[in-house]
Unconditional design. Sequence first.
Length: 482
Amino acid sequence: MSASPTAPTAVLVLDVVGLTPALLPHMPHLRALGAEGFTATLDPVFPAVTCSVQSSMLTGLPPRDHGVVGNGWYFRDLGEVLLWRQHNGLVAGEKIWHAARRQNGDYRVANICWWYAMGADVDITVTPRPIYHMDGRKSPDCYTVPPELHDELTDHFGPFPLFKYWGPGAGLPSSQWIIDAAGRILDRSRPDLTFVYIPHLDYDLQRYGPDSAQARTAAGDVDTALAPLLTQARAAGTTVVALSEYGITDVHGTIDINRMLRREGLLRVYVQAGMEYLDPWTSKAFAVADHQVAHVYVADPADVARVQAMIAMLPGVDAVLDRGAQATFGIDHERAGELVAIAEPDHWFTYYYWLDDDCAPDFARCVEIHRKPGYDPAELFLNPADPWAKARIALALARKAVGLRYTMAVIPLVPSMIRGSHGRLPDDPRNGPVLLCSDPSAARERYRATEVKDLLLRLAGMTEPNPTSRHGTVTTYGGTPQ
């Protein structure tokens, strides 16, 4: 390990989730960043979801190599579906900070709310981490490295606003807290490379669709919130990269893939207290739904072709990939389902497996991202059929404040409320992810997500070849091979 002959150029990476060329007209400060340097199309990996794309940006590898095949998957060795895990050890491959430290052993990295933060060997970490009380209460908080950073941030900005980060109350305050924390860390710690996750656009684009008035307002709000941080970075001579993981497109239909598998006798449930729970141990086939992508796990290889044909007949399904076809999309990893289904552009997959809403488990009507065997965007809404939903939340928070038990079953089982989704590869670059950079020297018309690692190293004044990877032929645009 040798020291770099010159100090690296500081680089700030802003992951503005859901940012697309179509939204940039409403974001003058980010547009000015591109005008100062350059703006490029960013080709995501498949699936175009947070955990997979971020892992590819940090490693330079497709999911077949780093192993993050979605926001969650069926852990065959545990017999459990687990989404939104946090340990960085789940991501295989060399991360960008490992490559940088080969050239400069003192290279310092900050991760502010990018995923798989826990256990990552970076210098500074800030990530949401609720307090789980023994009586079932959940309180907002965060995890930091170094530990003393926790009190510094919460003393200045208050507790991390967890209930504004996800759920019916998700909105700008969580992104504002993250931006404020990033500004303080840049000012006081001066990392060489800083990753900042800005989730705000994700919310109203899923709730109302990317062409809605609410989406335009959200774009303007997050741009305004970012303006001081962009000014701070410019004054410090920091190179800024703003990018997105995916674009969110309009959806108008849902695909109840698990309900079909249940009706066909392939998915099984078990019952407790009148509530039905997915039984992955005895099911012949079940799906882990993740926006517009679903990993389908088939216990018996002899059933794969039959299950593939069934899913292909579902309205709204665009393609069903077996292991051979998965290689074309760079997702042929052992964690992937035996089949991977892709929705048509205007559809998305629900995780619902019960056939009668009266039999749904209690977690179905709550914000419970770690208990549901699939992604549930309906968590962004209050139940419209419950006129007391807001009052229930107020009561729950009041009971929590005095240490009493509480429940908060306020989430609708109405997937048709969702108006935006993502996961398939974009059909139109205008509605796909974008990359803006303040340094014009690296200008290109387009970058792949797997090239972001090398780009950041070059912007820092380092050169590092991408590790050998079985990239093969990977589809760039559209939900099916072209």
